[in-house]
Design a protein around this ligand. Structure first.
Ligand code: AMP
Length: 507
């Protein structure tokens, strides 16, 4: 008989023997491992009556312990979990439901009216509600159910989740992730980041995205480690709980915000063994300021919906240093290469397209076979759409640095301009907090380089002096035609700078 490769079975193999111990701590109460196991079993019993294995469950709810149980219940019932950003509006949700045709939709009671409308259009038979305080029809239905559930048999290649990419251009695509993809990535990270049962994770990330739902949650569950479960980034609460935590995961903005608070000190973080950053580039300034003030270096890693975690700076110093501006080597069992337009590997230090191969790489885009085929090479490498460099000045050849998304590459007068090259120079200039460089349509050059700069608090920017500084360091075609000074850059919930918004604004 084949073993059950259901991801829930893999995760539950790490639950501690003491099922009465606290697994999730919210500011209000603790949830034991038993609570998680039984709670998700009750919900799985509800889902089983509504949908068959392989059917999709679309979920747009606020973060809560019950929302995590719902995710685990979907895995147990063999359903395909489809988390949706809570910021999505009716027309966006209508697209996802129409595309994924879920059998069940779970939403916040406050959105029920329009969710029911779009679910009906998508042919979804069941709409349930789950509120941040555990109210709603889902938990009411679960209350009457048994608290045991044998996980439905799944093989490694069976789908566990569909994550829709944020899709700033064109249609958003559903990345199909299998039980095997997620389990292999979780097991690799457990080992590489040295997860232990006595770890305590500060979990402030949203759970509609790989970072909070998979990377953070799977690591803790698989290790039997406790999570401090906060609804989102809240500096006061983070400062309150950090002294009892050993691990924190965040997007770069979290670290910037924490460093902006005088109460965030070395003493407060004395027990934290690992700070992880990802989902967007961590500024070298933040990395250095953090090290100087708090002590350890932030561990930056790189990944994406389609492939989970791909590279990570080392956790164990015996494996190498954590280097600012890099995302580290490929994780064990995963291969990364940087290639030219003809898929040939480029030399160390040369920028090219980042490609990845390994058990973490997704099964393709939902109902988009052609798109899927385009994004893989003949020999099975996935084209990440990111530009990067392996090695380079003073950096070991197996360390990757991300230069940006290939669609953000600017082609001005026929020349390639990598925004990151200009952003690094701008960020180093006095008075600059951060910057974003974009290409906007230009009648002579095709695209013109435009810089958007955020000054440090209290600093003022001398644009002509800045331009003179850039001209001294860069070829003329890379020097921005315009520099805009703004208070802040537009970012999405995962801390990514929305360059599409900037292109629209300054185009
Ligand atoms: P998502 O699928 O929403 O997780 O977005 C994945 C994309 O985020 C990647 O393709 C990268 O462009 C970007 N990304 C993730 N981690 C990093 C990082 N550490 N540094 C730079 N970009 C990152």
């Amino acid at each position: 008989m084949q073993s059950n490769e259901n991801l829930y079975v893999v995760l539950a193999s790490g639950f501690p023997e003491d099922r009465g111990a606290v697994a999730l701590q919210t500011p209000e109460r603790g949830y034991s491992w038993d609570d998680i196991d039984r709670g998700s079993a009750r919900i799985a019993n509800v889902l089983r009556m509504l949908a068959c294995p392989g059917a999709r469950v679309a979920v747009q709810v606020h973060k809560s312990p019950e929302a995590l149980m719902l995710y685990l219940a979907a895995l147990r019932a063999g359903l395909v979990y489809l988390p949706l950003n809570t910021a999505y509006h009716e027309s966006e949700v209508a697209y996802f439901l129409g595309d994924a045709e879920p059998a069940v939709v779970v939403c916040d009671s406050g959105n029920l009216e329009w969710v029911e409308r779009v679910a009906r259009q998508a042919g979804t038979a069941h709409v349930l509600t789950l509120d941040a305080d555990a109210g709603g029809t889902l938990m009411a239905a679960a209350a009457g159910q048994g608290d045991a559930f044998v996980a439905v048999a799944r093989q490694a290649g069976d789908l566990a989740a569909i994550l829709y990419t944020s899709g700033t251009t064109g249609r958003s695509k559903g990345a199909m992730l299998t039980h095997g993809n997620l389990a292999s990535n979780a097991l690799t990270l457990k080992e590489y980041w040295g997860w232990r049962p006595d770890d305590v994770l500060l979990h402030m990330l949203p759970i509609f995205h790989i970072h909070g739902l998979f990377v953070a949650t799977h690591g803790a569950l698989l290790s039997g480690a406790r999570m401090v479960w906060l609804p989102g980034l809240n500096i006061d609460q983070a400062l309150r709980y950090l002294p009892e935590c050993t691990l924190m995961m965040g997007v770069p903005t979290y670290y910037v915000r924490l460093l902006g608070d005088a109460r965030f000190t070395r003493e407060l973080c004395a027990g934290v063994r690992l700070f992880v950053s990802g989902s967007a580039p961590l500024l070298e300034d933040t990395f250095r300021e953090f090290e100087a003030r708090i002590g350890p270096r932030i561990l930056e890693r790189y990944g994406m919906s389609e492939a989970g975690m791909i590279t990570s700076n080392p956790c164990d110093p015996a494996l190498g240093e954590r280097i600012a501006g890099t995302v580290g080597p490929a994780l064990p069992g995963i291969a990364v290469r940087v290639v030219d337009d003809a898929d040939r590997s480029v030399a160390a230090g040369v920028t090219g397209h980042v490609q990845v191969r390994g058990p973490n790489v997704f099964a393709g885009y939902w109902r988009m076979p052609e798109k899927t085929q385009q994004e893989f090479t003949g020999d099975g490498w996935f084209r990440t759409g990111d530009l990067g460099t392996l090695g380079g000045a003073g950096i070991p050849d197996h360390y990757l640095s991300i230069v940006g998304r290939s669609k953000d590459l600017i082609i001005s007068g026929g020349y390639n301009v990598y925004p990151k090259e200009i952003e690094i120079i701008l960020d180093d200039m006095s008075g600059v907090q951060e910057s974003a460089v974009i290409g906007v349509p230009h009648k002579d050059f095709g695209e013109a380089v435009v810089a958007v700069v955020v000054p440090r608090q209290g600093a003022s920017i001398d644009v002509p002096a800045m331009l003179a500084g850039l001209k001294a360091e860069l070829a003329n075609f890379k020097v921005p035609k315009q520099i805009h000074v703004v208070d802040s850059l537009p970012r999405n919930t995962m801390g990514k700078v929305q360059k599409n918004v900037l292109r629209q604004r300054y185009g």
